[in-house]
Design a protein. Structure first.
Ligand SMILES: Nc1ncnc2c1ncn2[C@@H]1O[C@H](COP(=O)(O)OP(=O)(O)OP(=O)(O)O)[C@@H](O)[C@H]1O
Length: 233
């Protein structure tokens, strides 16, 4: 059977700056995967290529066997790392926009998520705090019945207590036979939810595997290991 996501020898440059080097990975259904790396390590670039929003120089991406394109976009729900709304919109407008755009939008789920996230349909997006905007982005992304969710820094703008609430939402609302890739550099706050870890540095994957296995083998948390591996360079 085809894996949910298969990436082979992906290479991406911006001008003369190399953002991804020979990145290969495979993800099966039902996994929460942490894509961890410091600023500028290539996390967003990898996600945007898998989402079909950016072209690599070389290498291949297959989502259930499909190249990034119309079919794969119906399987992938992407939450970008900065808001993609128009400032005049209300929360209800953003939901309507998402619903019109994606046939797999689940209205019941979006209503339950709004309540969980303490968002109101009449709120003006421009007046929401950064953390509340992230809650809305996550609501929009997880309200689709997708096979693969790509969440780019979903907890960057929220305080530590709200972070736990957002992670609880993620576990509660993602489809169990789908997979989620969550990019972050806030590893200590989020590693409890990871089944697998992809550690990226300077555009190269330097560690990948089962989160529990990595902790058992190294005797360290993913956060400690990350700090040590980054300190080496
Ligand atoms: N549009 C662009 N033009 C030129 N260089 C870019 C562009 N986008 C990203 N880069 C560079 O590519 C590298 C990888 O960037 P990317 O945004 O993928 O990293 P990231 O791990 O997501 O970082 P952050 O955690 O800060 O969001 C960085 O050196 C960045 O400066």
């Amino acid at each position: 059977m085809e894996p949910l996501l298969k990436v082979e020898a992906l290479h991406k440059r911006y001008g003369n700056k190399t953002a991804l080097r020979e990145v290969s990975l495979q993800i099966e259904p039902g996994r929460i995967v942490g894509l961890v790396g410091s600023n500028g390590s290539g996390k967003s670039t990898l996600m945007r290529i898998v989402a079909g929003l950016l072209m690599p120089e070389s290498g291949s991406v297959r989502i259930r066997g499909h190249r990034p394109g119309t079919r794969s976009k119906s399987l992938v729900s992407f939450m970008p790392d900065h808001p993609s709304f128009e400032s005049w919109m209300t929360v209800a407008d953003a939901l309507k926009f998402q619903q019109d755009f994606f046939a797999d939008f689940d209205t019941d789920k979006s209503e339950r998520m709004l309540e969980f996230m303490r968002l109101s349909r009449s709120d003006k997006i421009a007046s929401l705090s950064k953390g509340m905007q992230e809650r809305l982005q996550l609501t929009l992304a997880l309200s689709r019945r997708a096979a693969l969710y790509l969440l780019d820094e979903p907890i960057g703008g929220v305080d530590p207590v709200a972070r736990d609430h957002i992670l609880d939402a993620l576990i509660e609302f993602y489809e169990e036979d789908s997979s989620v890739i969550v990019s972050t550099h806030l590893i200590a706050d989020i590693e409890r939810i990871f089944d697998e870890v992809l550690m990226i540095r300077g555009g190269s994957l330097i560690l990948q595997g089962d989160a529990e296995q990595i902790r058992l083998t190294s005797g360290k948390s993913i956060d400690q290991l990350f700090k040590e591996m980054y300190a080496e360079c």
